[in-house]
Design a binder for this molecule. Sequence first.
Ligand SMILES: NC(=O)c1ccc[n+]([C@@H]2O[C@H](COP(=O)([O-])OP(=O)(O)OC[C@H]3O[C@@H](n4cnc5c(N)ncnc54)[C@H](OP(=O)(O)O)[C@@H]3O)[C@@H](O)[C@H]2O)c1
Length: 157
Amino acid sequence: MILSMIAAHDPNLVIGKQGTLPWHIPEDLAHFRERTKGHTIVMGRGVFEEIDEKPLPGRRNLVITRTQTYSNVETCNSKEQVLQLISGEEKVYIIGGGEIYRLFYPECTRLEITSIHETHDGDVYFPEYRDQIGSRWKEVFREKKKNMTFIDYDRIF
Ligand SMILES: NC(=O)c1ccc[n+]([C@@H]2O[C@H](COP(=O)([O-])OP(=O)(O)OC[C@H]3O[C@@H](n4cnc5c(N)ncnc54)[C@H](OP(=O)(O)O)[C@@H]3O)[C@@H](O)[C@H]2O)c1
């Protein structure tokens, strides 16, 4: 199984501000949709609330929370339960937010990063991974756009 974290971060690894994205970049949202469609996505309760507790269409949605139960998505109360539920899947996307990226960083085998060129104010950060490029992560894809660069890394085993 490919366990991939898909995230957009700024040069300081900022990913969120006051419960939402610090930027509005339609091209990145389209990239996210394109990459994740047809796959399983795993998100924290914070992200699920951000999308108004409505599952993203065309994808199997899993929400991780210790406090809530939702009737319209699969709900898990631990990382172990998520890993059990997704075993057998070909590709699974961890879609955030900050707590969930940190929780799954040790297990994930791919990073699909949108590197936002400009800095933004924020209060939620992606885990530091850049010091492990070359030792833990090898770049396998790069596409530069006007305001951002898409970069994929595969885990080095
Ligand atoms: N730029 C990007 O690519 C990107 C992507 C996604 C999100 N974001 C941003 O990230 C921010 C949200 O991130 P966040 O860190 O606040 O929230 P989050 O990671 O979405 O969700 C946190 C919640 O997940 C649950 N949780 C965490 N660890 C758990 C565990 N071990 N077992 C069970 N449940 C667990 C808890 O829910 P309970 O309290 O219910 O137990 C916790 O409150 C927003 O600003 C959003 O815009 C950015």
